[in-house]
Design a protein around this ligand. Structure first.
Ligand code: HH2
Length: 272
């Protein structure tokens, strides 16, 4: 067996129940279409489904907690009734996380890393679910306006460790915490590449790392032929295989079947 083989990352399939997500917005607003898509992703090899009811894309329309709950909770309940796949809720709002966990989600994926609402760390502790703490520079609406760092890797690492400490101080168990460098969230293509290159360093922090590079814009900056979001599959797979080699715990992707196949081949070569 290859000495560098790490266990294969889990595949988190994205289901956005939003009118405006950057690559699949509007496709799964109808509850039946969303459930169909979710179950297709499970068949295609998803270990986890990440359900989102509010886009974090710059320029996306903010959504009330009630509207977000109305979008995601019926879908989570329907998935829970049909499958035992793990479900994560992609939300910045404690009220939405609470409703999602009550409906069957076991992971709170918070791109705000429990920062945007004062009681978010306490709610995460009370819910007892796993929590993904992601790095974002600034706010979703403005995060891509000239992002700057002195040392992007050191700053993202320090941020993530500080957020983990805040979560633990509020009562979240250490083993429930995942970290995510937040590819594309207040980052230039060069920042994203530096963070991808530094994944082994982030993995060495000792928390499970989630990597979300799927169809993101830095891919088009490298390959102008992949300008459209749905023409970035090759670049997405390259980034996620690199993450697998670095030892990330999970990859968050739109293209579950293709990613699962790439990871299976990568894993089989490692075991040959
Ligand atoms: N990326 C997006 C949304 N949520 N969560 C984590 N933990 N990591 C990510 O990299 C991440 C995330 C953006 O992608 P998408 O859901 O496709 O788009 P939108 O935010 O427009 O709904």
């Amino acid at each position: 067996m290859s000495p560098v083989l790490k266990s294969r990352p889990r595949v988190m399939g994205i289901v956005n129940v939003t009118p405006d997500s950057f690559s699949d917005g509007g496709r799964f607003l109808d509850p039946a279409a969303a459930l169909d898509q979710a179950l297709r992703l499970v068949e295609a090899g998803a270990d986890i489904l990440d359900i989102g009811g509010e886009s974090t894309r710059p320029g996306a329309t903010p959504v009330s907690a009630a509207e977000e709950i109305a979008r995601v909770v019926p879908l989570i309940a329907a998935i829970r009734a049909a499958s035992d796949v793990a479900i994560s809720i992609d939300t910045m709002k404690p009220a939405v996380a609470r409703a999602a966990v009550a409906a069957g989600a076991t992971i709170w994926n918070d791109v705000a890393a429990l920062r945007f609402t004062p009681d978010a760390p306490e709610v995460a502790a009370e819910l007892g679910c796993e929590v993904v703490l992601m790095h974002m520079l600034g706010q979703p609406g403005t995060m891509q306006d000239d992002p700057r760092y002195d040392d992007v890797v050191a700053e993202v690492e320090a941020f993530l460790l500080a957020r983990a400490l805040t979560a633990m101080a509020a009562g979240v168990a250490r083993e429930k915490i995942w970290l995510d460098p937040g590819i594309g969230f207040g980052k230039t293509p060069a920042h994203n590449l530096a963070l991808l290159a530094a994944l082994p360093r982030l993995v060495a922090l000792g928390y499970p790392i989630l990597l979300g590079a799927s169809r993101k814009r830095f891919i088009a900056a490298i390959d102008p032929l992949g300008a459209e979001a749905d023409a970035r599959l090759g670049g997405s797979i390259a980034a996620h295989l690199h993450g697998a080699a670095a030892g990330v715990a999970a990859v968050r992707v739109h293209d579950v079947r293709e990613t699962a196949q790439a990871l299976a081949v990568w894993g089989a070569i490692g075991e040959a």
